[in-house]
Design a protein. Structure first.
Length: 113
């Protein structure tokens, strides 16, 4: 299984980004998929999930600003991030819940104030 996150970049505070996570060796629609992030000097933290049934949930600080979704045909999970804040900066990773799946390289999100 490989999970490749992309779509990060530099954005001004208040701006938007859409992250993508393309999966190989895994059918995302059959699994709960999570997004995590890690800011410099901090532990990795959970951001959002989407279940196989389409149920979603979010970490409190991103509720109302971030949306997780997936495109089954593209076997891709997305994270739409709006109204970005400086505290949203970090490396974002997507992950399934199988401990055997390695973490990918993630995608860097930088928010300028």
């Amino acid at each position: 299984v490989q999970l490749q996150a992309s779509g990060g970049g530099l954005v001004q505070a208040g701006g938007s980004l859409r992250l993508s996570c393309v999966a190989s060796g895994l059918i995302v629609s059959m699994h709960t998929m999570d997004w995590y992030r890690q800011a410099p000097g901090k532990q990795r933290e959970w951001v959002a999930f989407i279940t196989s049934g389409g149920t979603t949930d979010y970490e409190d600080s991103v509720k109302g600003r971030f949306t997780i979704s997936r495109d089954n045909a593209k076997n891709t999970v997305y994270l739409q991030m709006n109204s970005l804040k400086s505290e949203d900066a970090g490396v974002y990773y997507c992950k399934n819940r199988d401990l055997r799946t390695r973490w990918g390289q993630g995608t860097q999100v930088t928010v300028s104030s």
